[in-house]
Design a protein around this ligand. Structure first.
Ligand code: ADP
Length: 211
């Protein structure tokens, strides 16, 4: 059971997925809140009955999954719809994520929360917040290279997210991802040792307190 949570965040295209994979390659459990949200809103997903009850069957695709385009249109025409959807999803995501953290068998876990700054509440579960950061121009270039999005579309997503200064303000640790990917491994190695040590210290403090 793991009792040390490292919240991992960063803007779109900053390198969260790449960094998560490096921690996973070192045997660390990675829990991804986006992945949990996808499972909850897939066909047969746990959140689908309440989402349909709230928004009607028009919000689903033919298979019964959340129709993301329909949801985007709804949010566009009704700003309150996003909050209603989040009110249904967030408590479920948090419950599943925290259960997975507790069940993990590694000394610490990486809890990947893309919107950790924007969706308040996550920080209180984290023993440490790790931010992956790079220049905005690189974010745009990397997202365009991996997707079909045009520059103005990527910039629109960026401007809807927290900015770099807001993320840096809550960071306990920061990975600079402006260089080639090979540089990341050394940064992750150093953080991995640090988190193992901090997790050990937390466990020792807890065990000591019980004696
Ligand atoms: P996020 O999960 O934060 O959106 P990703 O880890 O998916 O970001 O990275 C975005 C894209 O940029 C991916 O295609 C990834 O392979 C690439 N990438 C990540 N880090 C680097 C880097 N240091 N140099 C070049 N490309 C990178």
């Amino acid at each position: 059971m793991s009792d040390f949570i490292v919240g991992l965040t960063g803007g779109i295209g900053s390198g969260k997925t790449t960094v998560s994979a490096l921690f996973a390659a070192r045997g660390v459990s990675v829990i991804d809140t986006d992945e949990i949200a996808r499972q909850l809103t897939a066909a047969g997903g746990e959140a689908m009955p309440v989402i349909v009850a709230e928004f009607g069957p028009g919000i689903t695709d033919g298979a019964g999954a959340l129709d993301r385009n329909a949801m985007r249109r709804l949010v566009f025409s009704d700003p309150g719809a996003r909050q209603r959807l989040e009110a249904l999803l967030h408590p479920r995501i948090a419950r599943i994520a925290l259960q997975a953290c507790a069940a993990a068998s590694t000394p610490y876990v990486i809890l990947a929360v893309p919107l950790l700054v924007e969706s308040g509440g996550w920080k209180e579960y984290c023993d440490r917040v790790l931010v992956v950061d790079c220049d905005e121009a690189l974010q745009v270039k990397r997202v365009m290279a991996r997707s079909q999005l045009a520059e103005n579309e990527v910039r629109a997503i960026l401007s809807a997210q927290a900015n770099r200064a807001q993320r840096q303000a809550i960071a306990d640790d920061l990975i600079d991802n402006n260089a080639e990917p090979s540089v990341l491994a050394a940064a992750v190695d150093a953080l991995h040792l640090r988190y193992l040590d901090l997790a050990r210290q937390k466990l020792a403090a807890k065990t000591g307190a019980k004696c």
